[in-house]
Design a protein around this ligand. Sequence first.
Ligand code: ACO
Length: 430
Amino acid sequence: MTDANYKLTDEARRISVDLPAVRGTVGPAALDIGKLYRETGCFTFDPGFMSTASCRSAITYIDGDAGVLMYRGYPIEQLSANSNFLEVAYLLLNGELPTAAEFSEFEHEVTHHTMMHESMRFFLRGFHHDAHPMAMLCAAIASLSAFYHDKIDINDPAHRKLAAIRLIAKMPTIAAACYRYSIGWPMRYPRNNLDYCTRFLHMMFEVPSEPLDLSPVASKALDLLFILHADHEQNASTSTVRLVGSTGANPYASVAAGIAALWGPAHGGANEAVLKMLAEIGDVKSVGKAVERAKDKNSGFRLMGFGHRVYKNFDPRAKIIRTMCYRVLDELGVSDPLLDVAMKLEEAALKDDYFIERKLYPNVDFYSGIIYKALKIPTEMFTVMFAIARTAGWISHWIEQQETPDTKIGRPRQVYTGAIERDYRPIEVR
Ligand code: ACO
């Protein structure tokens, strides 16, 4: 960048402009800069959206400094202790906790949309056997807009609701089918006499030849993980769903884009990355070396499952899930050297000054990875598990966006750093 550019920036800083404040019910106010460019000729520059609110939303509230997370005003601690994933999904979608009759109707609707279209089995069979389940899930969810194209009028509230039910209901069936295909097992149909999480575990692990012996703590832990992962306001994947949704794209395409965004190791891919990292560390004796490597900026290595963009003191979800993590390990009597590495790493990082000073604590994905491993869910399915839970949040945000009258297409601007205007030169003189 040239000095002239910097001068321009300095001039820009002296520009005075009145900006209206936008206030929510709780949390910091936001400056409405919508007219800034028109009035001053300047953009704002905020890569990574460190100080930018992209929308108004009444779904989830986070106070990262205080470690607060609330869905529709209900603290995550209360929901985790008293609710279940389907009730939380209803709450996210509708804004209120259901009455007994409303819950029973919602549960019935979800339960009776769990089957996948039979043709989707052929669609999934088109993948190479070793395809990553996230790749299959992303494509399969996008394909729902082809299977249900007659019911994707985004302006019809009944179509929007049906899409939400279908996504929440079918996501576990499709996810389990992706996994079973990858290991060469026959796909299982959903058993609708089971609850949401137990049904999913059956679709994952039941074989036709023998009954499945499932510990109740497995469904309980899964339900808790799904509650904790159900929504997290404008994170990268939800913002992606909204950006795609802002163009008028259908709900399945929007949610498929969210799945793609979730896949990255800085977001939902972290729980898979945690297990890969633990395997790389190998044994408890190497934990100290790994911590030192994570502190060395030149190593390019970070402790996966540590740190969070918003929670700078502690992740309230991690606090809740840590207790469940120890319960699962205890009740299932799991003994696994990688889990010993995880526990040692947690202990070492929590008392290391580098991590304390930067407020880097284990996040929810550190413990979710360990629980999934204890439940024998394969590593490449970890992010898929996250996607099943987050579907409730994604589709709630998509619906809220469609119901907001002044929604504009999301279209950020940029600070251009390329060549300034120059003349085309024919190839023979270059
Ligand atoms: N290991 C080692 N150092 C770290 C880590 C880590 N996991 N995370 C952050 N740091 C350091 C950075 O090097 C930086 O140090 P510096 O101030 O000396 O330069 C400081 O802590 C701040 O880090 P940023 O990258 O600026 O923090 P940011 O808020 O942008 O990133 C993120 C948050 C992406 C989660 C980061 O902590 C990270 O990469 N963690 C590992 C991946 C992970 O667990 N992701 C899951 C997030 S939770 C979720 O998606 C549900």
